[in-house]
Design a protein around this ligand. Structure first.
Ligand code: PLP
Length: 400
């Protein structure tokens, strides 16, 4: 019999991590590779945050802590939700874990029974469907089309809700499209959700602070307070504070759910790293000005990438509201051939041939549930982005 469990056999490894690994391998072989595959800011963790971690080590904050976070961090998280989102959570309504990813997985593991359905709007972050599968549930994907800004429409939501629906996952701004929901769009989804009290909502707001052109970020629990008793608001320090390696994510939600998530953590991970928790306290309570400054840089990069990709033959690139991704269409290239005779019959072929021909690593749209598209992460310098886009233009122009 197979070594792999039945649960794990339903799961595929992360496609984005696979692209990153392939790009790293080519680099090791001496190829000139530009990686636009990873989802992490190129900025450094702020100095005050690093200093807080060093001070925590010196103070001896190096032991087990409360399973779902030290009181100081829960208070800082509750403060953040109140200050930035107008949400009131008691510290017993906060869960802290090793990254937003673990927070989401704890919530799913805590609540899904076999046959339970989770609505995952596509294009989706690669991990949602597979985390649902690993937790024993059934992902139900529903496509948000480019003509709708890649967003879930109320009618489409209504159509996929069943008696077995346990969760809807919303991610705004989105990985991989950068699309963000307006207040009116969230209100329209809330109208549907009110008719279906069995459906809980997990909102993943990880890219909240990476928002452009004066877009007004709002989250569901704020727009529809009457749904707060079945909404889990997930966020973290990874993207906003350039702290991907520290592994701290958090959520606010109803106490009964938070209690179940703590039960999961108590028998699996125990607490997230004590030192990282103290760093996160400083991140959330310390100076915040640099976030908007960095967002300005990201906005310039977005504009550069959107403009240059739209100049590539056969590529059409929408301008997203946030995050650090764009999700261009390659509809215009399907069926064409490379100089070497390979047919671009899918976005998988496009990504593979682009990497081979020009050494630019992007992720194929099939990994995110909507083809034929690809995802570009623009969390890198303008110089590198310009060079990468020039290569993409050259590659697309060479297809016949
Ligand atoms: N949610 C989304 C939409 C993400 O893109 C990511 C990271 O790529 C995460 C959650 C996970 O963040 P963390 O690194 O805190 O686990």
């Amino acid at each position: 019999s197979s070594l792999q469990s039945a649960a794990l056999a339903r799961v595929k490894p992360s496609a984005t991590l696979a692209v990153t690994a392939r790009a790293r391998e080519l680099k090791r072989e001496g190829r000139d590779v530009i990686g636009l595959g990873t989802g992490e800011p190129d900025f450094d963790t702020p100095e005050n945050v690093k200093e807080a971690a060093i001070a925590a080590i010196r103070r001896g904050e190096t032991k087990y802590t409360d399973v779902d976070g030290i009181p100081e961090l829960k208070a800082a998280v509750a403060g953040k939700f109140a200050r930035e989102n107008g949400l009131t959570y008691g510290t017993d309504q906060i869960h802290v874990a090793s990254g937003g990813k673990t927070v989401i997985y704890n919530a799913l593991l805590a609540t899904l029974s076999p046959g339970d359905e989770v609505i995952v709007p596509a294009p989706y972050w690669v991990s949602y469907p597979d985390m649902v599968l690993l937790a024993g549930g059934e992902p139900v994907t529903v496509v948000g089309h480019e003509s709708d800004g890649f967003k879930l429409k109320p009618g489409a939501l209504e159509a996929v809700i069943t008696a077995r629906t346990r969760w809807l996952i919303l991610n705004s701004p989105s990985n991989p499209t950068g699309a963000a929901y307006t207040r009116a769009e969230l209100e329209a989804l809330a109208e549907v959700l009110r008719r279906h009290p069995q459906v809980w909502v997990l909102t993943d707001d990880m890219y909240e602070h990476l928002i452009y052109g004066g877009f007004d970020f709002v989250t569901l629990a704020q727009v529809a307070p009457d749904l707060a008793d079945r909404t889990l608001t997930v966020n973290g320090v990874s993207k906003a504070y350039a702290m991907t390696g520290w592994r701290i994510g958090y959520a606010g939600g109803p106490k009964p759910l938070i209690d179940l998530m703590r039960k999961v953590a108590s028998q699996t991970t125990t607490n997230p790293a004590s030192i990282s928790q103290w760093a996160a306290v400083e991140a959330l309570n310390g100076p915040q000005d640099f976030i908007a400054e960095r967002a300005k840089h990201f906005e310039q990069r977005r504009d550069l990438v959107v403009s240059m990709l739209n100049q590539a033959a056969g590529v059409r690139c929408a301008t997203p509201e946030g995050a650090f991704y764009v999700y261009p269409s390659i509809e215009g290239l399907i069926g064409k051939k490379t100089a070497g005779g390979a047919v671009i019959d899918s976005d998988d072929a496009f990504a593979a041939e682009l990497l081979d021909a020009e050494g630019v690593a992007v992720v194929q749209g099939s990994a995110f549930g909507l083809s034929p598209y690809f995802r570009v992460s623009y969390a890198t310098s303008e110089e590198v982005l310009e060079e990468a886009c020039r290569r993409i233009q050259r590659f697309c122009g060479s297809l016949r």
